[in-house]
Write a new protein. Structure first.
Length: 423
């Protein structure tokens, strides 16, 4: 029998409630007060009328029950929608509660980007939690503190997601931990952070090491191409001059001021002239002379057109030497190889020329201070025109050599790449 069906006329109280049961009184229908009929033998109009009344009451009861169920379901839907709204709010990027710089960015984001600008590529990938404790916290301004929980981001994962949406970095999950795998060095925020570090007298964050008797500083420099040289003429530099990131920005600002490219006192945007439009934008791009462009975006294009160089200055035993090389700075490689299936090992040191380290002098130091015999030969993995040398020694000396390079030559750990290729 369905919920809305009327009971049969034979459905009398006498059949449901046996005689002698107080609850089955002829006139009552139980505690619910539902009347089924008079229960007379005559199944005429009176019984039919009573049954129709009882059916109406049952129908009324069923309608009220279903109404309650609908209300409950509706309430459940409202709760689910509110929870989904809160989840969607969590996916939105955090808004800074208090400005930390002229653009209103939160202090945690500002210092995080500065630390990214100071992070050498050889240290990538890096776990975010380790990067926060070892790089970001030491980079905060003196007398200030950083608390990610008190910031609008609340969690490092949310700050990481915000920076990834801005295309400042790339990250992925490695062994269930957020890991930074790449940094866009041409991004306007990274270039600005590098400029700030350089203007504050920092080492541009590109690498600094200090040992017991040596110190190494690494600085990124840029050389203008011939077609961009007009931008740097105001600096009075020659054709082979190299510029730091701060000097590149200063040259662009001075060039715009001399050409009247700034509109008013604001320095955030400038008007493109013929040289900037032609040299920095392709033929298929819509920008042309007379268009306004953001200074930071323009600076990123200028930096992308310049030739990268590295200047390494090493102070050892009171004497300082400088060494400049074109291109990306490669780390010193310390590699252990197996020559005879586990019976003989050889340790090789290569790429010393990146830091201007004399291979012959290093071999003498290894023999005198570590009692390790070493030989010097041409690096066969380099081109024929390259005069790069490698230092070889017998045995597995990976730990001893890497420690020696850090302590005696001041090489930062980020610029020493150790590899054990023994099976």
């Amino acid at each position: 029998m369905g919920d809305k069906s009327r009971p049969s006329a034979s459905f009398t109280p006498e059949r449901i409630f046996p005689e002698g049961d107080d609850d089955g009184a002829a006139g009552g229908g139980g505690d619910d007060g539902i009347v089924f009929g008079e229960g007379s033998a005559d199944e005429g109009e009176g019984a039919a009328a009573d049954n129709s009344d009882g059916g109406a009451e049952i129908e009324e009861f069923n309608v009220s029950v279903f109404a309650k169920k609908k209300k409950k379901k509706k309430k459940k839907v409202v709760v689910e929608s509110s929870s989904s709204e809160s989840e969607s709010e969590e996916d939105e990027p955090a808004k800074p509660s208090g400005p930390a710089d002229e653009d209103g960015r939160d202090m945690c984001e500002v210092v995080f980007v500065r630390a990214l600008a100071a992070l050498p590529d050889v240290e990538l990938p890096v776990v975010v939690s380790q990067f926060w404790s070892s790089k970001v916290l030491p980079a905060r301004p003196e007398g200030t503190s950083l608390d990610i929980k008190a910031s609008p981001f609340k969690k490092l994962a949310k700050l990481l997601k915000t920076l990834e949406k801005k295309k400042i970095l790339k990250s992925k999950m490695v062994r269930k931990e957020d890991t930074i795998i790449a940094v866009d060095r041409s991004h306007a925020d990274i270039l600005r952070a590098t400029t700030v570090a350089a203007s504050d007298g920092g080492a541009c964050g590109k690498g600094k090491g200090k040992g017991s008797g040596a110190e190494v500083n690494v600085e990124e420099l840029y050389k203008p191409t011939s077609n961009l040289r007009p931008i740097f003429e105001a600096q009075g530099a020659g054709r082979d001059a190299l510029f730091s990131a701060a000097q590149v920005r200063a040259s662009l600002i001075e060039y715009a001021e001399d050409g009247g490219l700034f509109d008013g006192a604001a320095r955030h945007t400038l008007t493109l002239d013929q040289t900037l439009a032609k040299e920095l934008y392709g033929k298929k791009e819509p920008q042309s002379a007379g268009d306004e462009e953001d200074v930071d975006a323009l600076l990123a294009r200028v930096m992308g057109k310049l030739k990268l160089h590295h200047r390494v200055s090493m102070t050892r035993d009171g004497e300082t030497s400088e060494h400049t090389r074109k291109g990306k700075l490669e780390p010193v490689n310390v590699t252990v190889v197996d020559r005879e299936k586990g019976r003989k090992y050889t340790t090789k040191i290569t790429n010393l020329e990146s830091f201007g380290i004399d291979a012959q002098a290093l071999a003498v130091d290894l023999k005198s201070k570590l009692s390790i015999g070493a030989s010097v030969a041409k690096d066969v993995h380099k081109s024929k025109d390259d005069d790069a040398l490698e230092v070889s020694m017998q045995g597995n000396n990976l730990e001893e050599v890497t420690s020696f390079l850090r302590k005696e030559y001041g090489l930062p750990a980020a610029f020493i790449k150790g590899a054990n290729k023994c099976k």
